[in-house]
Design a protein around this ligand. Structure first.
Ligand code: IPE
Ligand code: IPE
Ligand code: MG
Length: 235
């Protein structure tokens, strides 16, 4: 397989361990991680990726100390304040998935502004999963579907992958490749439905060290995969 994945989703993990190994505060790891978001977004766009979904904050991350949560919620302001010009110059469109509820209003306003200002950009979607959890997403989707059936707006005849229309990612292409950094081999409530047939790539590298070279390694690995979708290899 030689094509570039259309949609890549990344679990950006290992910021805390990166910082700890350097005797620094966890927040320093998150700060470095933000720079990689900028680098990888622009590089992915240059490589021809059409959509990049980044797991920025999970519905489980509220369990962290308030100081860390507050720091993470302040990062959108830093990110868009520092890089919005480059995002626009690269024709990148910002989107967000997750529950708006509980995200501080200041962070939401920053996102909304970035989404609005970039809505006509076409080269790549940079989609942030903020206060995102796949189980919540599926629950919401089930409620939406059930409501439509109860109101007589549709038959109770769901089939194939039609349910994807009820998920936060309904307008996005299918996820071709999911990358998780930091050596953990689990999904941590990320895109459970959408990853049904995605290729998975795990690397031990911590997110703040995930540079162009590491991204190329993931793309090279993807090119070697044979996606059979339950069929047989025809070559
Ligand atoms: C990922 O890095 C960033 C977020 C979850 C927001 P971590 O903060 O989880 O880093 P580790 O896993 O503790 O090293
Ligand atoms: C997943 O990483 C969430 C994000 C990267 C935003 P975590 O570090 O929160 O996941 P666990 O705790 O290792 O499962
Ligand atoms: Mg982690």
């Amino acid at each position: 397989m030689d094509q570039i994945p259309k949609h890549i989703a990344i679990i950006m993990d290992g910021n805390g361990r990166w910082a700890k190994e350097r005797g620094k505060a966890r927040t320093k790891g998150h700060f470095e991680g933000v720079k990689r978001v900028r680098d990888i977004a622009i590089y992915a766009k240059e490589k021809g990726v059409k959509c990049l979904t980044l797991y920025a904050f999970s519905t489980e991350n509220w369990k962290r100390p308030t100081t860390e949560v507050s720091y993470l919620m302040s990062l959108p302001k830093y990110f868009f304040g520092t890089y919005m010009e480059e995002i626009m110059a690269n024709d990148i469109k910002i989107e967000m998935i997750g529950e708006r509820k509980n995200i501080p209003i200041a962070a939401l306003e920053i996102f909304d502004k970035a989404i609005e200002n970039s809505k006509h950009n076409k080269s790549m979607i940079l989609n942030f999963a903020m206060n995102y959890g796949a189980i919540d997403e599926i629950n919401e989707g089930i409620k939406k579907y059930t409501n439509e059936v109860l109101k007589g707006q549709r038959e109770n005849d769901l089939k194939g992958d039609e349910f994807s229309a009820y998920l936060f990612t309904s307008s996005l292409p299918k996820v071709d490749l999911m990358i998780r950094t930091s050596g953990e081999k689990r999904l941590s409530n990320f895109l459970l439905y959408q990853l049904a047939y995605s290729e998975l790539y795990f690397t031990d590298v911590y997110w703040p060290d995930f540079d162009h070279k590491e991204f190329d390694l993931a793309l090279d690995d993807y090119k070697k995969r044979q996606r059979r979708y339950g069929g047989i290899d025809e070559s």
